[in-house]
Design a binder for this molecule. Structure first.
Ligand SMILES: Cc1ncc(COP(=O)(O)O)c(C=O)c1O
Length: 485
């Protein structure tokens, strides 16, 4: 007799005892870990860590009881993970998750709904539709709009640009890319964005068969926003050269600077050239909940919008959505499968709106967060982060050993260590500083380049931090830098 049942939740009395035990033990291990964590990374040497992971045998003969596996996971994996809740973990657009979102993850995993069809999700289909309707409304879209959850900003951007491409071919020449592939004029199609737009715009172009060269990158002002006159000139030049610009991407929160493009001005140009306007609001979209929502003026005129909940909406990875102003454009993603889109019933199947098939029930995290935390409270957190970023920038500016490289429009601080540094190797020194701080487990900082200079980056996404946390972090960086020289 096998006893496979012990590995699954069973319906009925005592059918979920082992599930409950595993969850209780996992939570207890995590609580203990959070209570005893002192550093954002354990400082285990990378090779030793790799070896420790590779020593976890995958052989059937070495299978152990789940309780033992949970304990070793806590000790080897969790203890040597990056601690996103730690005040000195401040590198990426990688947020400490809200507890409501983590609770939702438990429902998501245990019930394992799949969002492709109603008969794999039932209530979950309505939750996702309810949350996306709410979102569309928040962003100023009307009843003709719709949205769908995706795995992240990357997928949201790819889907939006794909629909823009297929829409353009349809409107321009009645060509059906879904059915007939790229039209003969495909090599002339152009996507416009700024030099600071996310790299996924290029990735989308290559995946869409247009090639990265189809992306025309327009220069930015010093603050990282697209130069509108340059965009206008570029559009005119492309037309002049008989090329076919079909979409312009505005960014509401560039990854490094947090710059928000002038969305209203981009819309006007998009209208003038009759092209699609996509807004990548993966980072800045959450401003819509805050007092600073006026900085997104014009976003409501976009044809499509990317929003990432696993950034400034504090959700566990993954959680993102793409919205369309005109929901009929989702038709460019529709493919019939007999087993999923049955016309014989009147139940909604969300597979019609996405490039995924099996899909996570991430919308529950947003629903539970809006119910337990509230959109105004989220907005207040964003306002706090924006104000605090200005204060942190002022601290950096006043610090004798740091140089602030640009004022922060959102919540990233770009700076570098310059204290008693040989100016010939400031770039290399800052790169080394970041990686050595990480390896020593002292701080997890970001690194990028600003105007060709190596820069350190703080991405301020943790609303629980105080200015004192930043002062302490700066002391640690300076002390470490002095020892490194
Ligand atoms: C502006 C912007 N767009 C898109 C993305 C990609 O999002 P994701 O990592 O969720 O795929 C990012 C990621 O940082 C981003 O900053």
């Amino acid at each position: 007799m096998n006893n496979w049942q012990q590995h699954f939740i069973q319906v009925g009395q005592h059918g979920s005892d082992s599930y409950r035990d595993a969850m209780q033990q996992s939570v207890a291990q995590l609580v203990q870990l959070f209570e005893t964590t002192e550093k954002p990374y354990s400082a285990m040497d990378a090779n030793t860590l790799q070896q420790a992971v590779y020593n976890l045998s995958l052989d059937q003969a070495q299978v152990a009881p789940l309780s033992q596996v949970i304990a070793e996971t806590a000790e080897i994996v969790a203890r040597n993970a990056i601690v996103v809740q730690h005040p000195d973990c401040i590198a990426h657009l990688h947020t400490p998750p809200l507890i409501a979102g983590i609770a939702a993850e438990n429902f998501i995993a245990a019930q394992n709904q799949s969002m492709d069809s109603w008969d794999q999700s039932a209530s979950a289909t309505y939750v996702e539709q309810y949350v996306t309707d709410w979102l569309c409304n928040k962003f100023g879209f009307d009843q003709h709009s719709d949205g769908v959850f995706t795995s992240g900003g990357t997928q949201s951007n790819i889907m939006a640009l794909l629909m823009a491409r297929d829409w353009a071919a349809d409107v321009m020449s009645g060509h059906n890319i879904q059915k007939d592939g790229l039209p003969e004029y495909a090599s002339k199609l152009r996507i416009l964005c700024s030099t600071k737009s996310h790299f996924t715009v290029k990735k989308a172009a290559s995946i869409m068969g247009l090639g990265e060269e189809a992306v025309v990158r327009v220069p930015t002002n010093r603050d990282g926003t697209i130069i509108i006159s340059a965009l206008s000139d570029t559009l005119a030049q492309l037309k002049e050269a008989e090329l076919i610009p079909f979409v312009v991407v505005g960014t509401a929160g560039t990854t490094d600077h947090g710059a928000i493009d002038n969305l209203t001005a981009i819309r006007e140009l998009a209208d003038q050239y009759k092209i699609w306007f996509h807004v990548d609001a993966a980072y800045g979209g959450a401003l819509m909940l805050s007092q600073a929502k006026t900085r997104l003026a014009g976003i409501e005129t976009a044809d499509s919008i990317t929003v990432d909940f696993h950034k400034l909406w504090f959700q566990p990875v993954s959680c993102s959505a793409v919205m369309l102003k005109d929901k009929s454009n989702f038709k460019y993603l529709l493919h019939h499968a007999d087993y999923l889109n049955r016309e014989s019933d009147d139940l909604p199947n969300l597979v019609d709106k996405t490039i995924s098939t099996t899909r996570r029930f991430d919308a529950l995290k947003v629903l539970m967060t809006l119910r337990a935390v509230g959109s105004d409270t989220l907005g207040a957190m964003i306002d706090h982060l924006l104000a605090q970023s200005q204060q942190v920038a002022a601290l950096v500016n006043a610090h004798p050993e740091f140089e602030l490289l640009t004022e922060p429009p959102l919540s990233t601080i770009l700076f570098r260590y310059v204290g008693q540094c040989n100016s010939n190797n400031i770039d290399e020194f800052n790169r080394q500083l970041r990686v050595q701080l990480l390896k020593a487990g002292i701080a997890v900082l970001g690194e990028t380049t600003v105007d060709g200079q190596a820069a350190l980056k703080l991405t301020i996404l943790n609303p629980c931090l105080t200015l004192n946390n930043f002062n302490e972090l700066f002391d640690k960086i300076v002390k470490f830098a002095k020892a490194l020289k």
